[in-house]
Write a protein that binds this ligand. Structure first.
Ligand SMILES: Cc1cc2nc3c(=O)[nH]c(=O)nc-3n(C[C@H](O)[C@H](O)[C@H](O)COP(=O)(O)OP(=O)(O)OC[C@H]3O[C@@H](n4cnc5c(N)ncnc54)[C@H](O)[C@@H]3O)c2cc1C
Length: 428
């Protein structure tokens, strides 16, 4: 069995597969957790999930609570609760409806009044109408968590190979039989693609069209400040948590919070993306420039050979360092100081960006495909860190037993071909 991709989805799948006694090779083209899985804010929330994801996240929450013990590693897991602040009546009504939905699914979400918000977060100096509070939610260190799952997979007998890209799938008679890498072919009767934004390219090798848009998202970390909260908080244009070391991780949740670089890929699958693009257009800032030119240069027949003839189809994506939006970091700093003036000035210490694999309906693909033995766990659309452990468990069950203990129908790959794509709004 080969797992392609050393992010949290691939590492968790490799771990739970190896734990079931499957011989697993995990291939990572760069370094483990080099892409989205080290760049996430680290929120582990059941709150405000797509209804199809909610049961998975309720189960994931239970795994996260015991994951440090299970892996024997420090993940900086902090079960401090999650707070979604409502600034107006529309947000309040949304969260009231969410509280009912989440309670019915077994989460401990509940609405709290402004006075309770003040007692949970006394330093907040902006008025709110109330908040959705989920005490069992938490946050963790994304890179430590992903690396710990990879290490545990290794201890269970998986071969975890970094700097080794899956360059081609070997398919014979409609079923996958192996993977070609720079180090030779690895025979496999099953392959799981957990390749994040690169999954489209891998699917194409199997003759499958997976519609993914790459959306650039910027986050930042401040210098440490004295501890003031264990909560993870969203609302009033900002998302934040405080790490064990005292640093604040800040993300933007207002209009223009995501950057979209137009590339050749943007002109594909337009009919699938348009409905949700219009629904979420105020979140996106479009950029026309270098990424499109680089794409064109690679695609044109007259392009210089040194540019096109790379070592393998993923070579130009190894250890990519997406350009962060510095204005977003500054926006976050100001927003935090406006909300919490008594905490004084904060200093941004590090800014980074990650490229999010976004599907048209903003929920992942989890399951088998038309090619026998070829599975997908990808397209997490900006919230796959929290789902990592449950995704690993259910993919391991599906691959070894042919069935998963959850309803995976909403996540089927065939929904795109069937044209059954739900409308979804990016949840902030
Ligand atoms: C700024 C930001 C904040 C976020 N905040 C949160 C959050 O708070 N909570 C949350 O739940 N989610 C969050 N997310 C989303 C979350 O990070 C992702 O959904 C999750 O990490 C996806 O994991 P993954 O394993 O699917 O993909 P990735 O982590 O992107 O891993 C895919 C891996 O596959 C490898 N790969 C690709 N092609 C090949 C190949 N051909 N051969 C070998 N390897 C290959 C890549 O190198 C990469 O390492 C955030 C994302 C960003 C960018």
């Amino acid at each position: 069995m080969v797992v392609i991709g050393g992010g949290i989805a691939g590492c968790a799948s490799a771990y739970y597969l190896a734990k079931r006694g499957v011989r697993v090779v995990l291939l990572e083209k760069g370094r483990l957790a080099g892409e989205q899985s080290s760049r996430a804010w680290g929120f582990v929330r059941q709150q405000d999930r797509h209804p199809a994801e909610l049961p998975l996240m309720v189960a994931a929450n239970k795994i996260w609570r015991g994951l440090e013990d299970e892996l024997g590693a420090d993940l900086e897991w902090t079960q401090g609760g999650m707070l979604a602040l409502a600034r107006d009546g529309e947000e309040l009504a949304h969260y009231e409806q969410r509280a009912r939905l989440e309670q019915a699914a077994g989460a401990d979400s509940r609405m709290i009044a402004p006075a309770q918000v003040r007692s949970l977060l006394p330093q907040l100096e902006q008025p709110v109408l109330g908040a959705l509070h989920t005490p069992s939610d938490g946050h963790a260190h994304p890179e430590k968590s992903t690396l710990a799952l990879a290490a545990a997979a290794g201890r269970m007998g998986a071969d975890v190979i970094e700097h080794c890209a899956a360059e081609r799938l070997v398919i014979q008679g409609g079923r996958v039989t192996g993977v070609l890498t720079g180090r030779g072919e690895i025979k496999a009767d099953a392959v799981l693609c957990a390749a994040g934004v690169h999954a489209t390219k891998i699917c194409r090798m199997a003759g499958l069209e997976l519609p993914v848009r790459s959306v650039r998202s910027t986050a930042c970390a401040t210098a440490p400040i004295p501890h003031f909260t264990r909560l993870a908080v969203r609302g009033l244009d900002l998302a934040f948590r405080q790490t064990r070391g005292g640093n604040l991780i800040l993300g933007r949740v207002s209009d223009g919070s995501a950057d979209y670089d137009i590339t050749l890929e943007a002109f594909r699958h337009v009919r699938w993306f348009l409905p949700n693009f219009f629904k979420n257009r105020e979140m996106l800032r479009l950029h026309l420039g270098r990424p499109l030119l680089a794409d064109l240069a690679r695609a044109l027949p007259g392009a210089p050979a040194w540019f096109r003839a790379r070592r393998h189809p993923f070579a130009h994506t190894v250890d990519m360092e997406p350009r962060p939006n510095l204005r977003t970091a500054e926006f976050n700093r100001r927003a935090f100081e406006r909300l919490f003036p008594s905490l004084g000035e904060i200093r941004i210490e590090r800014v980074w960006a990650g490229v999010i694999d976004t599907l048209p309906d903003l929920i992942p693909v989890l399951g088998a495909t038309e090619v026998e033995g070829f599975y997908l766990a990808t397209g997490f659309s900006g919230h796959g860190f929290a789902m990592g452990p449950i995704v690993g468990q259910l993919m391991a069950a599906l691959i070894t037993e042919g069935a998963a203990p959850f309803d995976l129908h909403p996540f089927r790959f065939s929904r795109f071909r069937e044209g059954k794509i739900g409308k979804a709004r990016v949840l902030r």
